[in-house]
Write a protein that binds this ligand. Structure first.
Ligand code: FAD
Length: 380
């Protein structure tokens, strides 16, 4: 069965080949070292900027590569096929989309070209020790002071936290107004007095990704730091942009499912037991047939989501379905594949073991899957 995603074109094939070469040359050889140091090399960001994969779907007038969501999806797919969970382009691109869709013209011109080139690395800081799913409970504040703002508070579990120069901080500009008092603040943190990166957190998987605690103690930012220029719009901006993040997680999840399947087909063809290859046993064949079917259903569904994104009609409910259903499936598929590797599946030198550890968090971050179901259920 040969299936080609309906959004693929010859131009995108060429782009995919270029991304694959980059991933094979600049990422795969360093993955083990990055896992040990808990972050990628800073230089990788500049190299990614040079070949135009950091902001593949941001218009060229803002320094992006001028492609569509198809281009950006190819970047995430190729990272997924190589088993990379360290290079935080996902979060970086998410911040760029907040800027593109919600920022003022001045903010776009100031930051997007620097994010596209890799001169600046971005992250988004929503979660706090006391507030994750329930973001209304955040305590970080951005108070007016002189002609700017002072940021105070702490954030945790922040991807790209160690390397980031620009942080989109979810903060209360008017704490007394509840959800309506929340704003997204653009904070330049490189050498900023009062800003401190805590530990790079030790995770069960995705070890090459710098997930950190961040501390803000009277960190000063300028008068034009509120995303979009108007205070109190934070929650609306989050609701508008979260579907982009959730679709990306779906794209990466399908790539992981496809990779796990292929690795397992290859392994069970080679491995012999009871005088035959594992793939000749009925159980193996049935498990792989089921996973192939599930992978095809997931691919067809995510392709529909990608087309909706390209055409600008993705909605919150569909993005939540993609995030929840694909991440659940990813965990099940990787677990079933691992079983077919026997003891070797439990050894970290086998990619399937790494994939098992990397997959688990997909059901938690980007909005826990229970929150996705709440969003879907609200529209029933
Ligand atoms: C590796 C990693 C990277 C991350 N990167 C980032 C990042 O870059 N930026 C950022 O801001 N955050 C990031 N996060 C944080 C992540 O988004 C949160 O962990 C997530 O939103 C859940 O919040 P919480 O951990 O506080 O769990 P809680 O909110 O305490 O929820 C715990 C569990 O309770 C259940 N639950 C909660 N609310 C409901 C509900 N309404 N109905 C039913 N069940 C519910 C769910 O099962 C949930 O998993 C990251 C987390 C990890 C682990």
């Amino acid at each position: 069965m040969h299936y080609v995603s309906p959004w693929m074109t010859p131009e995108l094939d060429t782009f995919r080949s270029a991304v694959r070469r980059f991933v094979e040359g600049e990422i795969v050889p360093h993955q083990e070292r990055w896992r040990k140091q808990q972050h990628v090399d800073r230089d990788l960001w500049r190299k990614g900027g040079e070949i135009g994969i950091l902001l593949a779907d941001i218009p060229d007038e803002y320094g992006g590569s001028g492609g569509s969501f198809a281009h950006q999806s190819i970047v995430f797919e190729e990272l997924g096929y190589a088993g990379d969970m360290a290079f935080g382009i996902h979060v970086h691109a998410i911040v760029a989309h907040y800027l593109l869709n919600q920022g003022t013209e001045e903010q776009k011109r100031k930051y997007l070209p620097r994010l596209a080139s890799g001169e600046m690395v971005a992250d988004i800081a929503m979660t706090e020790p006391g507030a994750g799913s329930d973001l209304k409970g955040i305590r970080t504040t951005a108070r007016r002071d002189g002609d700017g703002y002072l940021i105070n508070g702490s954030k945790t579990f922040i991807s790209n936290g160690y390397l980031a120069d620009l942080i989109l901080v979810v903060a209360k500009t008017s704490p007394e107004e509840g959800a309506r008092g929340v704003s997204l603040m653009l904070v330049e943190v490189r050498d900023a007095p009062g800003f401190r990166v805590g530990r790079i957190l030790e995770k069960m998987g995705q070890k090459g990704q710098d997930t950190c605690e961040l501390f803000f103690d009277d960190v000063r930012c300028g008068p034009n730091s509120v995303l979009g220029g108007v205070e109190g719009k934070g929650f609306v901006q989050l609701m508008t942009e979260l579907p982009y993040e959730r679709t990306i997680l779906g794209v990466a999840g399908v790539a992981a499912i496809e990779r796990a399947l292929q690795l397992t087909i290859d392994y069970t063809r080679e491995r012999k037991a009871f005088g035959q290859a594992l793939i000749e046993m009925q159980n193996t064949r049935f498990v792989l047939a089921e996973i192939k079917t599930e992978a095809t259903v997931a691919r067809t569904f995510i392709d529909r989501c990608i087309v909706d994104m390209i055409e600008g009609r993705m909605d919150t409910v569909l993005a939540s379905m993609a995030k929840y259903w694909i991440s659940d499936l990813q965990c099940t598929v990787v677990d079933r594949c691992l079983q077919l590797f026997g003891g070797y599946g439990y050894m970290l030198e086998y990619p399937i073991a790494q994939m098992y550890l990397d997959a688990r968090v997909q059901r938690i971050y980007g909005g826990a899957n229970e929150i996705m179901k709440e969003i879907i259920a609200r529209e029933l």
